[in-house]
Design a protein around this ligand. Structure first.
Ligand code: SAM
Ligand code: SF4
Ligand code: SF4
Length: 421
C-alpha cells in the first residue's frame, strides 16, 4: 500500500480507463480487451497502478494472466452497485433444498433470527435517502425471504423504482396472481419466478400440491397486464429433479408463455467444506442445504449430462433463452461440482460480492450476502449505507477474503462464486 503512495492512479470502471493528463485534466478511454492489453504492455508499473472498481473478475484474470501482482500493479476497490433487500422474513413454502423451507436453523435460515417480520417503507425510505443513491442508478434485488408476502409490496417496489433504480423481484410465485395488479405498475425491471421442475416434481420439492399451477397462473396474469415484462424462471438443480429437466422444459413450452429459463446447479455447504472452513477461519459456517432429502452426491453425472445436452439441442418457440449456471455440460465437470469434498472449481474460484453488493435484512442489519457467515457490517437505522459499506467491519472482511485469494473453503458452491442471481 505504502508503495503506491507516490504512484499515479488510473481507474478502470465500466470498461473505461480514467486518468489525468499532463495538464491535470480528467480523461478517459473506452476499452475493449485488446486495447487494454495494448495499454498494459506499454504501462509503466513502477510509476503508476490501476484501480479496478468494477468487472473485477474479468480484469483480475486478465492482470493475473500477465503475471501482474495485485497491490503492485493493480488494486480492487469496493464499489457498491447492487442492494439485495429482505422485504420479509417469512415464507409460505417448504422447499427441500432451502434452509428456510426446512427451518433448519442452519445456513441462510440463521438470518431470520431476531429480525422484524417485514422491512417497513420507513426503513426503506431511510435507506434511499443516503447520498450514495443521489447521482447513480443502482440495482435492487428483492429476493428474501418471500417478498410477495410483504403487505405493501407494490408500494415498496415503487418507492425504489420511482427514484430511478432498477428493481428485480425473486418469488416462489404462490401469490403472484393475487398481487399481479399491485406490482404490474410498480416499475419492476423483471421477475424471477422459481420453478424447479414439472408440476409433480415442483410441488413435491416446494412442499404442497398446487404451487406449480399457482406460479404458472401468476405469470400468465401478470403477462396479461404487462406483456413486455421480462420473466425468468429459475430452476435449482438437485437430486430430486435432475433426471427430469428435459421433460420440464417441454412442459413449460406447452404453457405458451414468452420467458427465459435458468437452470441453476444447487448451492450447498457439505460437511467437509464446513469442517475445513471452521478449522482455519473464525467466521463460522454450518452445513447448509444437505439433508435427508437433498443428497446431491447421488446425482448421476451421465444422466444430468444427457439432460443438459438434450435441452441445449432443443428448439423452443416460447422459451427464448435457456441458461445453465455454471455452464457445465460434461460428465466430469458435473461430477466435480456435486462432490462432497467441495474442492475449488478451476474456472469458478473467486467471490467479489463484498466488493460490489450488500444484503439488508428486515431490521436494517447489513451483511454482504445471506451466506456470508452472519457477518453483520452495520445497520442502516444507525449509520448511512455508504459509511457501512466502506467502514471498518466491511474492510476487515474484504481483507480476510483477499488473504484467502477471494475464496474461503465454505464458499466453493456459493452463488458468490457462481456470480448468481
Ligand atoms: C432463497 S429464494 C428466495 C426467494 C423466493 N422465496 C423464491 O423461492 O423464489 C431465492 C432463489 O434461490 C433458489 N434456491 C433456494 N435454495 C437454493 C439452493 N440451495 N441452491 C440454489 N438455489 C436455491 C430459489 O429457488 C430461488 O430461486
Ligand atoms: S426457496 Fe424461497 S420459497 Fe422455498 S423455502 Fe426458500 S425462501 Fe421459501
Ligand atoms: S462466496 Fe462470497 S457471498 Fe458466498 S459466503 Fe463466500 S464470501 Fe460470502
Amino acid at each position: 500500500m505504502i508503495l503506491m503512495k507516490n504512484k499515479k492512479e488510473y481507474i478502470l470502471k465500466n470498461n473505461e480507463l480514467y486518468f489525468f493528463n499532463q495538464n491535470n485534466k480528467k480523461k478517459s478511454i473506452l476499452l475493449n480487451d485488446n486495447l487494454l492489453l495494448g495499454i498494459l504492455s506499454n504501462f509503466d508499473f513502477d510509476n503508476s497502478y490501476i484501480s479496478i472498481i468494477d468487472n473485477h473478475y474479468k480484469y483480475y484474470n486478465l492482470f493475473n494472466s500477465l503475471n501482474l501482482k495485485e497491490n503492485d500493479a493493480f488494486i480492487i476497490k469496493p464499489n457498491l452497485e447492487l442492494i439485495r433487500l429482505y422485504p420479509t422474513n417469512f415464507c409460505n413454502a417448504f422447499c427441500s433444498m432451502c434452509d428456510i423451507g426446512k427451518a433448519s436453523n442452519f445456513g441462510i435460515d440463521r438470518l431470520r433470527k431476531s429480525s422484524e417480520n417485514e422491512m417497513s417503507i420507513e426503513t426503506l425510505t431511510n435507506l434511499l435517502n443516503s447520498k450514495i443513491f443521489k447521482n447513480k442508478k443502482f440495482k435492487f434485488s428483492l429476493g428474501m425471504v418471500e417478498p410477495l408476502l410483504h403487505k405493501n409490496i407494490g408500494n415498496y417496489i415503487e418507492t425504489i423504482s420511482k427514484k430511478g433504480h432498477s428493481v428485480a423481484l425473486i418469488t416462489n410465485g404462490i401469490l403472484l396472481k393475487q398481487k399481479a395488479k399491485e406490482i404490474s405498475k410498480s416499475g419492476l425491471d423483471y421477475i424471477m419466478v422459481s420453478i424447479d421442475g414439472t408440476e409433480k416434481i415442483h410441488d413435491q420439492i416446494r412442499g404442497y400440491k398446487g404451487i406449480y399451477r399457482k406460479a404458472i397462473e401468476g405469470i400468465k396474469t401478470i403477462k396479461g397486464l404487462s406483456p413486455d415484462l421480462r420473466i425468468i424462471i429459475n430452476c435449482a438443480i438437485s437430486n430430486i429433479n435432475y433426471h427430469n429437466l428435459y421433460d420440464f422444459v417441454l412442459e413449460l413450452e406447452k404453457e405458451k408463455i414468452y420467458l427465459e429459463l435458468q437452470l441453476q446447479f444447487l448451492y450447498f455447504v457439505s460437511e467437509n467444506m464446513a469442517k475445513n472452513h471452521n478449522k482455519i477461519i473464525d467466521l463460522n459456517q454450518s452445513v447448509s442445504v444437505i439433508s435427508d432429502d437433498i443428497n446431491v452426491y447421488n446425482i448421476n453425472p451421465i444422466i444430468l449430462e444427457n439432460q443438459i445436452k438434450k435441452i441445449k439441442n432443443l428448439n423452443t418457440n416460447y422459451i427464448n433463452q435457456i441458461r445453465i449456471r455454471p455452464d457445465y455440460s460434461n460428465k466430469k465437470d458435473i461430477e466435480n461440482y456435486f462432490d462432497e469434498k467441495g474442492d475449488i472449481l478451476k474456472d469458478k474460484n473467486k467471490c467479489f460480492f463484498p466488493f460490489n453488493q450488500v444484503s439488508i435484512k428486515t431490521d436494517g442489519d447489513v451483511l454482504f450476502h445471506s451466506r456470508c457467515f452472519d457477518y453483520i457490517i452495520g445497520n442502516i437505522l444507525h449509520n448511512d449505507i455508504e459509511e457501512i459499506f466502506l467502514g471498518e467491519k466491511a474492510n476487515i472482511f474484504r481483507e480476510k477474503l483477499k488473504e484467502f485469494n477471494y475464496i474461503f473453503p465454505a464458499c466453493t458452491r456459493c452463488c458468490g462464486i457462481m456470480a448468481g442471481w
